[in-house]
Unconditional design. Structure first.
Lengths: 283, 291
């Protein structure tokens, strides 16, 4: 249920280079990065990274281990401060914003190594995500005034709605740390969705899932995009998922995008094969 | 009924330790800091009561309110001035800073108030009351009741409110909490405020029982409350209450059998035993190293 309270911003008019060929962005891109780069000491971890994501686009970022994929997520969420380049979310520059502000502007993410609040229940994890839109006062909560019960019921309903995406309502009062692995990954996605994002970043959502679970996840990623009308950028090693769900794929190697295109284009790109398999194997 | 009296004494002393231990455990739970200045906040609270009642001659009610508010403000101020700039620094730096703040408060109050003990007047003229032929200390009953209520309110706060959920989320994973839009700084300030408010309540209850304010009174009280927090499992709120009561009862029991010179030693002996047998404390969970 996309919230109607979502800010509809006046887009900053600016020329967006057509970074990904043969693709209609529809409206203005929701997320853009221009010449983004970061150095750690003398090491350039990411360089010349450009992206322009459509409002309801599903994109993938692939590449060998250590190529800089998670670093890009950390840049997009302002966990790292870029050395070069700019990030625009819905036309607004995110430079200088805090991690919290960027989340409120509409970027939410999951983590490669699951980072749920293990000792809190499944529902509480979602409620933490919903926190941004909660306007409750401490007094009504502590003294359990009637308003508290109304709000609690409202947020309980919203949390259960969100859990319903993955049929997890029945697990609402389970401690998150006790969930099976696959369910923890699903809960992380729900918790991220609870913050009402415009762009959802998924860091290896299929890691550790079996093929059936991966297929189910694939359907659900599309369903989330359709229901919430948001853009999804995912990092994934599972090629069946990436090729099956992404409309655009970028291949990262040594911190640079070496190829960009549709799944078919990527699969046949000699540079990609080289990056993954080494020079000898490539034609 | 000396036995019942001793039980009440144990509960009273244990309640004060529990209130102070809650402050230690909450701050540790959220930023992994052993806030050694926490005991000294209680000392400042006792001096505030003394100033308001003895120096200014104002009402005890005002003394209670100002002591609690003063401690709360002091706790938040200490965090903002001394600890917040070191949030990303190694844990040892902030620990040493905490010891520094503790010395600062102790020597600062010695400078301002002098080294001699100040007598905190009675907050209330009620001293004892009788029920069915038995005499009860009013202070003891009040202390136990206030601690019970404070613990219940704190529990509601942590379990049921948005800020409480934020506190638990930050204590589990600060980075992830930030990415979920939780304002980590506000949450930490709030934790210091709540912990220090409890210390303020503890200061009032302690002054009610012992009527003294000295610059160094926070050291032993703080250390014993710290033992209580570790005993219960540092980071655990129910653990702090249990630890506080255990320490209080142990002290009273030792005194009751005529070994009162041993009462401090017994507390630390308890700590040593717990650290050998169950290093994570009574309710502590095994620590997993966060990366």
């Amino acid at each position: 249920m996309p919230s109607d309270k979502r800010r509809r911003s006046v887009l900053v008019q600016m020329e967006t280079p057509n970074l990904i060929p043969e693709r209609d962005l529809g409206k203005k891109p929701i997320l853009e990065a221009h010449d983004l780069g970061i150095d750690f000491g003398g090491l350039t971890a990411v360089d010349d990274f450009n992206i322009a994501m459509g409002r309801t686009e599903i994109s993938g970022l692939i590449g060998p281990n250590g190529a800089g994929k998670t670093t890009i997520f950390n840049l997009l969420t302002n966990v790292y401060r870029p050395t070069r380049g700019t990030i625009l979310l819905d036309g607004y520059d995110t430079a200088g914003k805090s991690v919290i502000e960027v989340n409120k502007m509409g970027i939410a993410r999951t983590f490669q190594n699951i980072r749920l609040f293990d000792k809190m229940t499944v529902e509480e994890n979602v409620l933490v995500g919903l926190g941004n839109s909660m306007s409750t006062s401490l007094l009504t909560d502590v003294f359990r005034l009637p308003k508290h019960w109304r709000q609690e019921a409202e947020f309980h309903d919203r949390a259960l709605d969100l859990l319903g995406i993955f049929d997890m309502q029945g697990l609402a009062s389970t401690e998150a740390g006790n969930l099976p692995y696959g369910a923890q990954r699903r809960l992380e996605i729900i918790r991220a969705l609870a913050t009402n994002p415009k762009v959802l970043l998924l860091d290896e959502p299929a890691a550790g899932m079996n093929p059936n679970e991966t297929d189910e996840l694939m359907e659900n990623i599309q369903k989330i995009r359709d229901d919430f009308q948001i853009a999804i950028l995912l990092i994934e090693h599972d090629m069946s998922l990436v090729m099956g769900v992404c409309e655009v794929i970028g291949v990262l190697d040594y911190g640079r995008i070496i190829a960009k295109g549709t799944p078919e284009e990527i699969q046949n790109d000699p540079k990609v094969i080289e990056a993954y398999l080494g020079k000898q194997e490539a034609k | 009924m000396t036995f019942l009296t001793q039980v009440l004494n144990g509960l009273q002393l244990g309640s004060i330790y529990a209130l102070v231990a809650l402050g230690y455990t909450m701050v540790y739970g959220i930023i992994l800091l052993l806030n050694f200045a926490h005991g000294d906040i209680i000392m400042v609270g006792a001096y505030i009561s003394w100033i308001v009642m003895s120096k200014l001659g104002m009402s005890p009610v005002l003394a209670v309110i100002l002591s609690v508010l003063g401690c709360t403000a002091l706790g938040v101020l200490i965090d903002k001035v001394a600890y917040a700039p070191l949030r990303e620094a190694p844990r040892l730096s902030i620990l040493i800073t905490a010891i520094g703040v503790s010395y600062f408060l102790e020597n600062g109050s010695q400078l301002v108030f002098g080294a001699d003990a100040k007598v905190v007047p009675d907050y209330t003229s009620l001293s004892t009351f009788q029920v069915g032929g038995m005499t009860f200390s009013f202070t003891a009953i009040l202390t136990i009741a206030v601690t019970a209520i404070s613990t219940i309110v704190l529990n509601l706060l942590v379990q049921k409110t948005k800020l409480g959920k934020a506190m638990r989320a930050v204590s589990e994973d600060m980075g992830a909490a930030r990415l979920m839009g939780i304002n980590v700084n506000t949450t930490i300030s709030f934790t210091f405020a709540v912990g220090s408010a409890l210390a303020g309540i503890g200061a009032v209850l302690y002054s009610m029982a012992y009527h003294q304010a000295t610059p160094t009174m926070g050291i032993m009280l703080g250390t014993k409350a710290f033992v209580a927090a570790v005993l219960g499992g540092i980071g655990s709120i129910p653990g702090a209450v249990i630890g506080g009561l255990v320490v209080g009862f142990a002290e009273v029991a030792v005194s009751a059998i005529g070994l009162s010179v041993w009462q401090d030693a017994v507390v630390f002996l308890l700590l040593i035993i717990v650290l050998i047998v169950k290093p994570t404390g009574i309710l502590g969970r095994p620590m997993t190293e966060k990366v």
